[in-house]
Design a protein around this ligand. Structure first.
Ligand SMILES: C[S@@+](CC[C@H](N)C(=O)[O-])C[C@H]1O[C@@H](n2cnc3c(N)ncnc32)[C@H](O)[C@@H]1O
Length: 378
């Protein structure tokens, strides 16, 4: 493998490589002392109550009351009065909150601890929390059956579809808002850098596969006055995208392609010099990814630039980021389609190679957690 690092920055350019370069390896050793391990094991053993108590502390406005009390703190009786909950109910929740390190207390007054502050006020944490609460938690116990049957058996808690993508734009509230907030928060953070990478060479027509509500397409149209963009997605999403593009006044520069990428009979539209797939291929199984990339292979020539914007759990700088992605994989199993995940880059790269592509450029640490890969035909 041959690669050069430019100014020690985030960009590692790989030339004709079959694997991604590796960051400092996560998960190669057991990093916890016995006491830390015992501590973590208790969180797992009591996890259903860790979740339920934390959720109630947020949803009943209890942590917010504690936050607003600042250093002066607040008593159980005052919280009971403000929330309408019983003294007993607040007492058990606040005692759980002490054990969870969400709050601390002096005498009978409770103050917000740093973990409570993060749960309440950190945007990323709130988005993850609301995604888990509104999209994932009701179906979580279907994990075992979903693995056994390769079907998202938790999805029936949201609607009667085979995969979540068939109902995405019509999910019941608040699942719909929480799903889109979760999806957009992570991909939106990659846009600024992604635009620079894509437009560093001349681009005439971009195909945005899995273009969803048209957010990325709009970014491209605003960034470059001449570029045309085709959004390819399922019909239910294209309706929303078309409304958004129209409202922004860009309809004349956008083509809409209703296309189920899992239908091997359908060919990709022609005439695009750039193909963009953001947070798209993680929606599919290993073999489906090879099939989809093979379609891209057929639709491209030697000059076509193909970009994949993905989150790989093994490419993260922090083990907590990897953890969030590993847990998100379980959403794909139980709620999305039963056979996809947030991938290990080593697994993913083999699929790229199987479809007849080389990785010619790799940009790590884009946004919060993404890697952008550029592919060329073998
Ligand atoms: C996770 S979203 C990614 C959205 C956007 N590209 C981003 O980066 O935020 C995946 C998108 O792929 C679309 N999709 C899922 N399965 C599909 C299929 N079989 N054919 C076409 N589009 C599909 C979904 O409708 C959804 O818009």
């Amino acid at each position: 493998m041959f690669y050069i690092t430019i100014f020690g920055a985030n960009y590692l350019y790989l030339i004709m490589s079959h694997t991604l370069t590796q960051p400092d390896s996560l998960f190669e050793q057991d990093n916890f002392s016995a006491l830390e391990a015992l501590d973590r094991a208790q969180f797992i053993a009591f996890a259903p109550y860790v979740w339920e108590a934390s959720r109630l502390l947020v949803d009943k406005g209890i942590l917010k009351l504690v936050d607003e009390a600042h250093q002066e703190g607040i008593t159980i009786a005052e919280i009971a009065q403000a929330t309408g909950l019983s003294n007993y109910g607040v007492r058990i929740l606040m005692e759980a909150a002490l054990g969870l390190a969400l709050v601390y207390r002096k005498e009978d007054r409770y103050m917000l601890a740093k973990t409570g502050h993060m749960l309440l006020n950190n945007t990323m944490t709130r988005i993850n929390f609301e995604f888990m609460r509104d999209v994932c938690s009701a179906g979580a116990s279907a994990l075992e059956a979903s693995i056994e049957q390769s079907k998202p058996l938790g999805l029936k808690t949201l609607g009667d579809w085979d995969t979540i993508y068939q109902g995405l734009s019509k999910l019941p509230s608040p699942a719909r808002e929480s799903w889109f907030n979760f999806d957009h928060y992570y991909s939106d953070n990659t846009f600024d850098t992604a635009l620079k990478i894509i437009f560093e060479k001349p681009v005439k027509k971009i195909l945005d596969i899995g273009g969803n509500t048209g957010k990325w397409t709009l970014q491209c149209l605003q960034y470059n006055a001449d570029v045309q963009v085709g959004i390819l997605d399922l019909g239910i999403q294209l309706e929303v995208a078309a409304r958004n593009i129209d409202a922004a006044g860009f309809s004349g520069r956008v083509q809409f392609h209703e296309h189920n990428m899992l239908n091997p009979e359908l060919q990709l539209p022609e005439g695009y010099d750039t193909i963009w797939m953001s947070q798209f291929l993680d929606c599919f199984s290993d073999d489906e990814i090879v099939m989809i990339l093979s379609k891209c292979h057929k639709a491209s020539n030697e000059d076509t630039r193909i970009f994949i914007n993905e989150t790989f759990w093994d490419r993260q700088r922090f083990s907590t980021s990897a953890f969030a992605l590993q847990m998100t994989s379980l959403y794909f199993t139980t709620m999305a389609n039963g056979n996809s995940q947030m991938y290990d880059s080593k697994v993913f790269c083999k699929l790229i190679n199987r479809a007849g592509f080389d990785i010619v450029a790799q940009h790590d640490m884009i946004g919060l957690s993404h890697t952008i890969l550029e592919l060329k035909k073998h």
